[in-house]
Design a binder for this molecule. Structure first.
Ligand code: CIR
Length: 259
């Protein structure tokens, strides 16, 4: 049985007008187009609705140009909502604005030294992986591991030091139980031998961030190898064009919290 129960809800936040002022290492891709970003965001929300999820889209909040990347401030595991504290100072206050939306969950605050972004947390079918990165430190990993174990005592939680991509899930996600998909840009000494690993060609690296939603797999558009790998393991694949979020280093999963 998968560690995560089926999803029934998703939380999103509409991008703010100033979203191009967010953090990015991809300025060479050009400035994002706000109107197009809104259309892509809406198509994403509608695709989640098509999967039967109740999707709540919060209004834009200009205090946080990266605030629509709602996956980073929280990790939700069953009834637990672990409040992350990003290694990026500019993003540290985003989570507080989400707390009222998660009031039916058990909110856990990390200790002061913990740094963690939800994008570094990959909950697989039988274990959780926590990337150790510029955003997530060992104290963050330990705090999250303890919190996850308060829900499931014997859960396996592995630290995965890596570099080459922003978040662990930017470069590695799970297509199906024990089948991972990877961007070759992600470098790690962590032993992935427990899984089959589909390695994407470099030009499709962005598509390593796939999003399983119950019986559907979401994949980035225009990535034929990723689509083919997804279709092999899942009867329903939806591809989404997120070109404007790529320009801000945003992956597919980061635009929603699914629970
Ligand atoms: C950042 O650098 O934090 C944002 N511009 C992008 C965050 C994307 N988050 C994710 O893929 N989980």
């Amino acid at each position: 049985m998968h560690l995560l129960p089926p999803f029934t809800r998703a939380l999103m936040r509409r991008p703010a007008k100033n979203f191009a002022a967010g953090l990015t290492s991809s300025a060479h891709l050009g400035a994002p187009d706000f109107a197009l970003a809104l259309r892509q965001h809406e198509a994403y929300a509608n695709a989640l609705r098509d999967c039967g999820l109740a999707v709540k889209v919060l209004p834009a909040d200009e205090r946080f140009p990266d605030g629509h990347f709602v996956e980073d401030p929280f990790v939700i595991f069953r009834d637990l909502a672990f409040h992350c504290r990003s290694g990026a100072r500019a993003r540290r206050e985003e989570g507080a604005s989400l707390i009222p939306q998660l009031s039916d969950l058990r909110i856990v605050e990390p200790p002061p030294a913990a740094r963690i972004d939800g994008g570094d947390v990959l909950i697989c079918a039988d274990r959780a992986l926590v990337g150790i990165s510029a955003r997530t430190n060992r104290a963050g990993y330990q705090a999250l591991r303890n919190a996850l174990r308060s829900v499931k005592r014997d859960i396996r939680v592995d630290p995965v030091p890596f570099h080459g991509v922003l978040h662990l899930k930017s470069g590695l996600t799970e297509l199906a139980p024990n089948v991972l998909i990877r961007d070759p840009a992600l470098q790690t000494d962590y032993d992935l031998a427990w899984a089959d690993v589909v390695e994407l060609p470099p030009e499709e690296g962005y598509a390593a961030d796939v999003m399983p939603v119950n019986d559907t797999l979401f994949v980035a558009a225009n990535c034929p190898r990723a689509y083919e790998a997804a279709a092999k393991v899942c009867p329903r694949v939806i591809s989404l064009d997120l070109s404007e979020f790529v320009k801000m280093d945003g992956g597919l999963t980061c635009l929603s919290l699914r629970y």
